[in-house]
Design a protein around this ligand. Structure first.
Ligand SMILES: O=P(O)(O)O[C@@H]1C[C@H](O)[C@@H](CO)O1
Length: 295
């Protein structure tokens, strides 16, 4: 099912029902693990794992560092689902398929999406291994009409013209910032703007300079479509980038990046990212309980 006409609410429903029939506890938080960050999924207790190849309508992972498994389980008393590997446009998947899991999670009752990625820094003060809480994004493919919302709108998911104000939930951002300080990571935590490019090539020097001028602090090849779809269907979103490299913005420098470097830095910083997200999940649980009491 690759053409836009083939995409229907019913496909998401079919996938959600298939999973619901097998999963012990329906998840309230979904976590997308970026390149090399799948170890987070291994911290879930009482896990249930499903290879993407077994899940109806799911694409499969083709990128090293993206295992291709959906793992359900408990994290600090909260029922979560982790995508151990995500889908990218450069793999050849249409955007509605890249983001299909988000809509499936919505149908399963997920309230909050935590999205992580590996990204290159465009900001002079960020170092390799730092973390950036995403406060906003520039969706380069989206600006050129390559949006996951392109095509007929199904109002059961959300409105035709959604607002993207506060996509990266203000409250979750300040909570995460507090947690990072409390865990002793004040030196490496930042808040900034993530720019999504299509990839799979890394940026040219001229492109990197252009993105910096536009106001981007970090650049990567994912996340924005997932955040747009989550916001469209009414989820709260928290985004976190691990800075795996500093993007070269001057000529005659030999400091090029490759995917292996990205994976090595992800492995190196995995524990810190895990600790931060685990604490955040515990806090979200209390926030969601309070919200339910107020409804
Ligand atoms: O899935 P994410 O966005 O974490 O992966 C980044 C972007 C490319 O897929 C890859 C480049 O090394 O890492």
């Amino acid at each position: 099912m690759h053409s836009r006409e083939d995409f229907r609410y019913e496909h998401c429903e079919e996938t959600a029902c298939w999973l619901q029939g097998r999963v012990r506890t329906p998840p309230t938080i979904a976590i997308i693990c970026g390149s090399g960050l799948g170890l987070l999924a291994d911290t879930l207790s009482n896990p249930q794992a499903f290879p993407y190849s077994e899940i109806p309508n799911f694409p499969t992972s083709t990128v090293p560092g993206h295992a291709g498994e959906l793992v359900f389980g408990m994290l600090r008393g909260t029922s979560c689902v982790c995508m151990k590997g995500r889908f990218h446009v450069y793999e050849g998947y249409p955007l509605w398929k890249v983001t299909l899991p988000i809509r499936v999670f919505k149908l399963m009752g997920v309230k909050v999406l935590v999205v992580t990625n590996a990204a290159g820094s465009l900001c002079e003060s960020y170092k390799t291994g730092d973390l950036m809480i995403i406060k906003d994004h520039i969706n380069m493919p989206g600006l050129a009409s390559l949006s996951p919302l392109t095509g007929p709108n199904d109002d059961r998911f959300g409105p035709r013209f959604p607002s993207l104000l506060d996509t990266y939930d203000n409250n979750l951002r300040s909570t995460a910032l507090d947690i990072a300080h409390r865990l002793g990571h004040s030196e490496l935590i930042h808040e900034g703007v993530y720019c999504m490019v299509g990839g799979p090539n890394f940026e040219s020097v001229a492109e990197a300079k252009f993105l910096r001028i536009l106001g981007a602090d970090a650049v990567g090849m994912s996340t924005a479509p997932e955040a747009v779809v989550a916001k469209h269907c009414g989820m709260r979103v928290f985004g976190l980038s691990l800075i795996t490299n500093c993007v070269v913005q001057v000529y005659e420098v030999e400091d090029f990046v490759d995917h292996n470097t990205v994976l090595e830095v992800s492995k190196w910083r995995s524990q810190i990212l895990q600790d931060l997200i685990t604490e955040l999940v515990a806090t979200i649980k209390h926030q969601e309980e309070d919200r339910q009491d107020m409804e």
